[in-house]
Design a protein around this ligand. Structure first.
Ligand SMILES: Cc1cc2nc3c(=O)[nH]c(=O)nc-3n(C[C@H](O)[C@H](O)[C@H](O)COP(=O)(O)O)c2cc1C
Length: 179
C-alpha cells in the first residue's frame, strides 16, 4: 500500500489537487493507496496533551503510515520551508517505528519560482533522521496556481508527464526495496 500525504492544512490548498492526481494514477496502476489529507487531522491533535496521548481519530493516520510500503509527501513551501503542520504531523507519529525503512518520495510546490525545493530538502532531513529510504528523484512545481484550472485539474501536460515519470520510478524503487 502506498500512502500519499497532502501536507497542507490551508483551506482550499493546492497540494490536495497534486496529491489527488498522484492518487488516481496510483490506483490506475492497480496499486492500493491511502490518502492522508492534513486538513483532516483531528483538531484535538493540536492540544499539548497529544504528545502523551493521541486522540482516537488520529489512529487512521498513524496506521496508514505504519502499513505503508511507500510514502509520497506532497509538500508546499511556506516561508522558505515546509508548513508547520507537516512537521507537527511527523512529531505526532509513533517513535521510532514510523517511517523507519519506508521508501519515501517528495513533490514540492510553491507559488514562487523554486517550486518547494527548500521545503522538500528540509523535510528530507527529517525523514532521513527517522531512517526512511529516500527516493533520489524529486519533483518541484513552481508557480503552481498556473498549473491547475479553477476546478483543481492539473492542465499542464509537461507537469503531468514529469509527475508520471516520478510516480513510475518511485513505485519501482518501492518494489525493489520490498524485495
Ligand atoms: C504562510 C505561507 C507562507 C508561504 N511562503 C511561501 C514561500 O516561502 N515561497 C513561495 O514560493 N510560496 C510561499 N507561499 C505560497 C504557497 O507556496 C502557495 O500557497 C501554494 O499554493 C502551495 O501551498 P498550498 O498547498 O497550501 O496551496 C506561502 C503561503 C503561505 C500560506
Amino acid at each position: 500500500m502506498i500512502t500519499i500525504i497532502s501536507a497542507s492544512n490551508r483551506p482550499e490548498n493546492l497540494s490536495q489537487h497534486i496529491a489527488g492526481f498522484l492518487a488516481r494514477e496510483t490506483e490506475a496502476r492497480g496499486i492500493e493507496y491511502r490518502m492522508l489529507d492534513l486538513q483532516k487531522l483531528p483538531p484535538e491533535l493540536m492540544s499539548p496533551g497529544s504528545y502523551a496521548s493521541k486522540p482516537a481519530e488520529f489512529q487512521p493516520f498513524q496506521k496508514a503510515v505504519l502499513k505503508a510500503r511507500g510514502i509520497i509527501m506532497v509538500l508546499p513551501e511556506y516561508n522558505g520551508s515546509f508548513p508547520g503542520i507537516a512537521k507537527y504531523f511527523v512529531d505526532m507519529l509513533q517513535f521510532p517505528e514510523s517511517l523507519s525503512g519506508v521508501p519515501s518520495a517528495f513533490v514540492g510546490l510553491a507559488a514562487g519560482r523554486w517550486g518547494g525545493l527548500r521545503a522538500v530538502e528540509q523535510m528530507e532531513m527529517v525523514f532521513q533522521y527517522r531512517k526512511a529510504h529516500l527516493y533520489g528523484n524529486r519533483v518541484f512545481l513552481p508557480a503552481v496556481p498556473k498549473l491547475l484550472d479553477d476546478s483543481g485539474t492539473l492542465t499542464d501536460q509537461e507537469t503531468r508527464d514529469r509527475l508520471l515519470q516520478f510516480l513510475d520510478g518511485f513505485l519501482g524503487f518501492a518494489r525493489a526495496l520490498a524485495g
